[in-house]
Design a protein around this ligand. Structure first.
Ligand code: DUC
Ligand code: ZN
Ligand code: ZN
Length: 471
């Protein structure tokens, strides 16, 4: 038998269902052996005292995506570099359709933006903003070429679809067995609240949280669940942040509605009070839905534990704090209506969940792997090549030091954003080495690969996550 290219030895190998202490033999970028005391290997990597995890998969990130006059801080190189330092090996950004234009052209444009630039593997979710007849006719080919998850918005000018348009998209998605990802907030409730706040002169960042009320998320969640059930189509509700929304989703899952749910770090560790930090600091926390309150945080943790949430993603949507196209206006006071919506978090997603979840005893390490890697691979059609460590899988692997203590700070991160909303937060547990297809891409704080090492991965057939049905 050919010698192994690489042997990772002595670590605890963690999958979503079980943990074993064993060595991993890698040949040509794939795992070919799991066993005790594997001999040989051109390269031998010592994983004693480390966890050996499937590479993180972040299925909700925004890279090089225009947003009006706001400038996105990360492109495919800086964003995937930051992802790799954060223990990720596959990311799924969006390909946004400009209104009035072809969706197929938009997907091609994003392919061109990423080609030769990425440090992790990547795939795309097309965002449908304008589902005209010609665009609906483009959809089957787009889906069949490996873009099987489509995002739609229920809010935002220029993005929002009407219920009728949503039904048109659902009809094609059901026929083509695609998944529809939903930004669920009620457009008119947000507009009504925004106008009322503005007429009272309430424009500081903290009013963003009031404008995006929990009720607006809950109404839209309810409505989309009803539409999806009626149309018998599979959906994923993204960035879920409130207890009632979680309860509605849980009830629908129990009824057999095909609904997956996602939450994000900002709903576990930030609250609306962060939007009220002194000076202009509150702008650093403006995202939608906004961070909520301690009871919502507790509900999100419960949802991660009991299986309502299959997915934990960053919603990395980086806008700089300073400078043109950033969070602050070039002149005048901050006005929440014009602060770009979104915060960075691609590099801090896994450490925050590990520290606050596994180290703090709220979830076990297998659940950590499930919600941060395996379920993304299953739901978006990459399993069993990705999302697990097993013979035949891609050797996308992270060595994780469960006892390393780190203070999160902009100084140590690798994104091109100029701040982190988690500045000063202490975490225990940190990725120390990331391998993509058997090659080390990050080690001991250094980048060991060139842009272009990451490849486009087409989405295949989804598989059901193990822990999907809510208890
Ligand atoms: N929705 C997202 O999914 N990301 C950032 C902003 C938003 O509204
Ligand atoms: Zn969204
Ligand atoms: Zn997003």
């Amino acid at each position: 038998m050919k010698d192994f290219d690489t042997v990772i030895y002595g670590g605890q190998v963690v999958n979503s269902t079980h943990t074993v202490t064993c060595d991993i033999g890698i040949v040509d970028g794939r795992v070919v052996a799991l066993g005790e005391h594997l001999e040989g290997g051109q390269e031998r990597i010592d994983a004693n005292n480390l966890l050996v995890l499937p590479g993180g998969i972040d299925s909700h990130v925004h890279l090089a995506q225009p947003s009006g006059s706001a400038i996105m801080a990360d492109d495919f190189t800086s964003g995937t570099k930051s992802a790799a330092f954060g223990g990720n090996t596959l990311v799924l950004p969006f390909a946004l359709q400009p209104v009035g234009e072809s969706l197929a052209d938009a997907v091609q444009a994003y392919q061109a933006k990423a080609q030769g630039k990425a440090l992790t593997d990547y795939s795309f979710h097309p965002i449908i903003t304008d589902p005209t007849e010609p665009v609906l006719r483009e959809l089957p080919n787009i889906i069949r070429s490996g873009h099987r998850s489509l995002k739609i918005f229920m809010a935002y000018d220029g993005l929002k679809l009407s219920d009728r348009q949503i039904l048109d998209v659902f009809a094609v998605a059901r026929r083509e067995k695609a998944l529809v990802m939903i930004h669920a907030e009620n457009y008119d409730m947000i507009r009504f609240a925004t106008e009322a706040l503005a007429s009272d002169g309430k424009l500081a960042p903290k009013y963003h949280a009031a404008a995006h009320a929990m009720a607006a998320e809950e109404e839209a969640t309810n409505r989309i669940l009803a539409l999806a059930e009626w149309m018998n189509v599979a959906i994923a509700i993204l960035h879920v942040s409130t207890r009632r929304a979680i309860e509605e989703i849980r009830a629908a899952q129990r009824q057999g509605v095909q609904v997956f749910a996602e939450t994000c770090p900002q709903y576990l560790v930030l609250t609306a009070e962060d939007l009220d930090r002194p000076g202009k600091e509150g702008a650093k926390f403006v995202c939608s839905p906004p961070p909520r309150d301690p009871d919502s945080q507790a509900a999100c943790w419960e949802g991660l534990k009991n299986g309502v949430f299959a997915l934990f993603s960053s919603d990395h949507c980086p806008f700089r704090f300073e400078g043109a196209g950033g969070k602050q206006p070039t002149s005048g006071e901050l006005d929440f209506r014009s602060i770009p919506n979104g915060i960075p978090g691609i590099e801090t997603r896994l450490p925050i969940l590990f520290s606050e979840g596994v180290t703090a005893g709220k979830i076990d390490v297998n659940r950590f792997v499930a919600v941060s890697s395996t379920n993304h691979a299953r739901i978006y059609g990459f399993y069993p090549k990705k999302g697990l460590i097993a013979v035949g899988a891609d050797a996308d692997i992270v060595l994780w030091d469960p006892s390393q203590r780190v203070t999160i700070s902009q100084r140590i991160l690798h994104h091109d954003c100029d701040y982190t909303p988690y500045e000063g937060r202490q975490v225990t547990g940190w990725p120390v080495r990331t391998l993509l297809g058997g090659k080390t891409i990050v080690h001991e704080g250094s980048l060991c690969a060139e842009p272009g090492v990451g490849q486009f991965r087409a989405q295949g057939t989804p598989t059901q996550p193990h822990v999907q049905q809510a208890a």
